[in-house]
Structures are given as C-alpha cells and as structure tokens.
Design a protein around this ligand. Structure first.
Ligand code: 5AD
Ligand code: SF4
Length: 468
C-alpha cells in the first residue's frame, strides 16, 4: 500500500463539493427552470479530453444537460490548451466570437478553464480584454467546479479561481464518458521534467500519482461495464509511483491491470525515453492485453539539441531503446513527437532528426514547429532561423515519414489483426479478427496513434469496411 499522498484532496473538500452540487442545482432550477444546457469544447491532449469528461460529470450532477449547438447553450465552457501559440490563438478567436451571442442571451455564462488559464498573463488578458467572460478557473481547482458554478449563479459576479499550486489529486468526481467502449483512466498528473521548450510543468504542477488501489478498482469497474479499451493517462507515465515509499511502479500497475479478467485492451501514454526501462518493455511484451503500441516522443535526433531541450538522453540511447523494444515485440508500433526548429537548431542538426526518423520506422509521427512559450528557458534562447525556413524543414520531414508509414502499412496487407470495431457487428462483438485485404494506399497510412497491429483504428476500419 502506498504512503499518504500530500496532494490528495481531503474527504471534507469532496463533501463540500457535494453540497455545492446540491446548492447549485437548486439555483439552476429557480434561474432557468427546466434543464439548462451546457456546451463544452476541449482543446489539446487526451488529458484534457479526460478532464472534460469529469467536468461534464460534475455539470450533469448539478443538473445541466448538454448541447452541441453554441446558440442553445446556457453555459459555454472551453477547456483550453497552452502547448503551442496556435492553440492559444484559436481559443482567443473562438472566445472573441462569443461576445455577440452573450449579448443576445441574458443569463448565459461563459467559462474558460485548463492549461491556458493557469498562466497569470492569460487570465489578466481575459479579465481586461474579454469582459464578457464570467468564469475562469485553473488546472488545480477542476474538482471545485460545483462551488465555482454556485458562486457565479448566486452572486452574478465574475469568478476567477486560479490558485498557484503544486497540484492536487482529485478523487470521487462523477464522470460522463464520451464513449461506451473506450475509456480514459488518468493514473498520474503533472510533470517534473522541465523540458526547456515546454509549458506543461508550469501549468500542470508537480508529478503526483493516483492511489493504485483506486486505479485498479476503476479499471475493474470499466471492464465490468463492458469497456473494451482502457487508456492509462499521464504526462510522464513511466514515472508512476516515483513518490517515496509508494511500493508501486508503472510496470507493476500494468501487470495488475492486465490480470483483471475480461476481454479488453490496455493502452498508455505518454512515455519518456529517459524513464522507459527494459522492464517496462518486457512487461508490455508479456502482458497479452497491452496493445503493442508505444508512444515515445524523441523531439530531436541531434544530441546538442536534445541537451538544450533538457531531455536527458542521446539519439543513440533512443535508438537502442527502440531496438530493444522491437526485439521483444517484433510487431510493435512506435509513434513519436518531434519538434522542428528548436531555437538555434541548424539545418545540419535537423538532418540528424531526419536520419533518426529513417532508422526508427515509426508507424506515425506528430511533427510540431517550435513555438516559444513565455516563462520557459527556450523562449529566452536566440532563434535566428525564419519561420519560412522551419516550414521547409517541417515539410521535408513529413515527406520522409509518410514514405516510411506507407511502407509499414503495406506490410499489413494480407495479415490478420484483432480490431476494435466502433459499431457492433452481427454477432454483437466489438473485438474480432479482421484480415486486411485491401491494397495499402496512402490514405490508409495511419495518421493517429491508435492505429496499430493488435487493435485497429480509423484507417484499418476504413479498410475493414471496404472488405465486407
Ligand atoms: N513548441 C512546439 N511543440 C511543443 N511540444 C511541447 N511544447 C512545444 C513547443 N513549445 C510538443 C512536444 C510534445 C508534444 C505534446 O507537443 O513534441 O511531445
Ligand atoms: Fe513537457 Fe517534457 Fe513534461 Fe512532456 S516530459 S510534458 S515535453 S516537460
């Protein structure tokens, strides 16, 4: 059993939020009558998608229904992302567009939350330039949504709740899942790595693991409810259980979830090469329910750049790690993230990234042009290469990877995979073997991390439909 978790939300706090749920529900009845509707939009990563499912769970418990139409909504909630400037620009654009709607609909509330809001400069900008926004809350108070809604409804005043904190481990929140057969299961929050380009450690707080007993209980529950795919989430998932005296590490957790009886698939993300151990790879290989997929961002193939990024490994170490992974799991799909145009990166250094990509044989790769994030170390570094030049490098890298992915996909033709079908088949099963018989064309090149031998995603599903 793990030691006391200094990040845990106290039972008293959880109780308090239950009371606010009740109080906010009563206010909703008197203010709106009927069932007011909430529109939720999520930007960014799977962590945010999962958080939004909890936000929806809390809103549903208060008494909100949901709509996909902005103009029908009594509450609009944007769960935002801060990872790149582009993500932030989209949020500002979309929030700006709500001004007229808000003027037309009295009583409508506009709320913003998530990573972008955890940055003081952003909250300030919202306060000054977007006065029609009613509620702003940061990443560490998500579990207090009932209280936040209650305060907004009862006072009619703005609620800005963005405490600076190392983070919390919220438990006991209701959840409204988007899917009936695929589930996110957060196992840890935050990040301690401080990669020099990344804003995440500043907005998500320190690494903190959830109690393994709670995770295992939730996993069992999901399996018993018929979920077929469980994706374990953590910013830096290989560090699970690093806290002193935890007694659990990630391979052990994976083995115990694998031991839960039932027909389901386990995925996890995101792994960090510096913490991805041979033990973890051996565990993946030996756990029959763990999808043979590893998302292992490498970010750069150049050792100087990797050092400047504070990544803690070399290109050679990364390649030897994936060599071992392919050795113990010959059918493994590896996907990765890479950044093009890190400050000071030269073309010659970029070609080392291209070389790594050629050697690695990724099924799919997520390529990003470096975006400066205020407050990070990299944002202070000289960045002489133009955006146009970085764009060229970006396209060059994409072309190389597309070719590699096409070759890999072509290798699937004629082979049989177990696939997760999104709709039930004639005999009512979701998981079944399917032979990939169509020619692998470019549009079947996997473009999403969940397209993998072992379980199939959109591209193979497309192929699958065409073969019937
Ligand atoms: N600029 C560009 N890409 C970034 N990422 C993180 N921070 C930045 C940034 N400032 C990318 C990394 C990470 C992925 C989630 O986003 O590749 O793995
Ligand atoms: Fe950001 Fe690095 Fe942490 Fe990933 S490991 S969230 S890239 S700081």
């Amino acid at each position: 059993m793990k030691a006391e978790n200094r990040f845990s939300v106290s039972p008293e706090e959880t109780e308090k939020q239950k009371e606010y749920t009740h109080l906010a529900g009563e206010l909703l009845e008197t203010k709106y009558g009927g069932r007011p509707l909430a529109f939720i939009h999520t930007y960014g990563c799977q962590g945010n998608v999962s958080d939004s499912e909890y936000l929806k769970g809390m809103l549903e418990e208060i008494g909100y229904g949901f709509t996909e139409k902005l103009e029908e909504a009594d509450l609009i909630l944007y769960n935002t992302c801060a990872i790149r400037e582009h993500a932030e620009d989209r949020v500002f654009g979309n929030v700006g567009a709500l001004k007229n709607l808000k003027m037309q609909k009295r009583g409508m509330r506009i709320a913003l939350c998530g990573c972008m809001m955890q940055q003081p400069r952003i909250a300030e900008k919202i306060r000054k330039s977007y006065p029609f926004v009613d509620i702003v809350f940061g990443t560490h108070v998500m579990h207090r949504l009932p209280e936040i809604i209650y305060r907004s409804l009862s006072t009619g005043k703005k609620v800005f709740e963005i405490p600076d904190s190392d983070g919390v481990v919220p438990e006991g929140m209701p959840v409204k899942r988007d899917s009936g057969f695929k589930a996110w299961l957060p196992i840890m929050y935050g990040c301690n790595n401080f990669c020099s380009y990344c804003i995440v450690p500043y907005v998500k707080g320190r690494e903190r693991s959830r109690d393994p007993e709670i995770i295992l209980r939730e996993a069992r529950q999901l399996v018993s409810e018929g979920y077929k795919e469980i994706t374990l989430l953590g910013q830096n998932i290989n560090s699970y259980g690093r806290e002193p005296d935890y007694g659990y590490d990630f391979p052990r957790l994976l083995r115990e979830i694998n031991d839960i009886p039932g027909d389901f698939i386990i995925r996890f993300m995101t792994s960090h090469p510096k913490d991805c151990s041979a033990e973890l790879l051996d565990t993946m290989a030996s756990c029959e329910k763990v999808a043979k997929h590893l998302h292992l961002p490498f970010q750069s193939g150049c050792d100087r750049v990797l050092k400047a990024m504070n990544r803690g490994y070399t290109a050679e170490k990364y390649l030897s790690l994936i060599d071992y992974a392919y050795k113990v799991m010959p059918d493994l799909s590896i996907t990765a993230d890479v950044i093009v145009g890190f400050p000071g990166e030269t073309y010659e250094e970029f070609t080392q990234t291209v070389d790594l990509v050629k050697k690695a044989g990724f099924t799919s790769m997520f390529t990003f042009i470096y975006s400066p994030r205020e407050g990070t170390k990299a944002a202070e570094m000289d960045d002489p290469v133009s955006a146009e030049e970085k764009g060229k490098w970006f396209r060059e890298l994409l072309a190389v990877q597309e070719q590699i992915a096409a070759e890999r996909t072509a290798g699937s033709v004629g082979r049989t995979f177990r696939v997760l079908c999104e709709r039930e088949g004639k005999n009512g099963v979701l998981l079944r073997p399917v032979k990939i018989e169509v020619e692998a064309r470019r549009r079947f090149v996997p473009n999403h991390a969940d397209i993998l031998p072992g379980v199939c995603g959109k591209a193979y599903r497309t192929a699958f439909r065409r073969t019937i």
